[in-house]
Design a protein around this ligand. Structure first.
Ligand code: FES
Length: 132
């Protein structure tokens, strides 16, 4: 039996949004495109909490934007994610590939078999929020 890999609790990370935090209107999330949200936007010097939101048809997926290889963001600041396939993105640092529609599983690269840290999402009256 293998030992479970380290799994971060997203709510304990600096500047993690509170459950119930509004992200945007659901129609602003295009299907098949990974979008990033950062918290907070205004406090200088504080590390951002960076969130990946991915929509595949009617399902929504949220993850902390930290690659489990070295806990770095998967994209460069203010740059789009590198797309590997329809639902997969590639980390810009050492090319790990993550399937955003399948629990953020790393399917290829130096941390193969690990996962992005999930963040629960919910939709309420057409508004996308952090679940809570
Ligand atoms: S930090 Fe992402 S693959 Fe190394």
């Amino acid at each position: 039996m293998s030992t479970p890999l380290l799994q971060l609790d997203w709510q304990r990370l600096p500047n993690a949004p509170q459950p119930g935090t509004t992200l945007c209107a659901l129609h602003e999330i295009a299907a098949g495109v990974a979008r990033e949200f950062a918290f907070p936007l205004v406090i200088a010097g504080e590390p951002d909490f960076r969130l990946i939101v991915y929509r595949k048809e009617d399902s929504l997926h949220g993850y902390v934007n930290q690659c489990p290889h070295h806990w770095l963001p998967l994209n460069r600041p203010n740059q789009p994610f590198l797309r590997w396939s329809e639902a997969e993105i590639m980390c810009v640092h050492h090319s790990a590939v993550f399937d955003l529609a399948r629990d953020g599983k790393c399917s290829m690269g130096p941390c193969q078999g690990s996962n992005l840290v999930p963040v629960p999402l919910q939709v309420e009256d057409g508004v996308l929020k952090i679940a809570g």
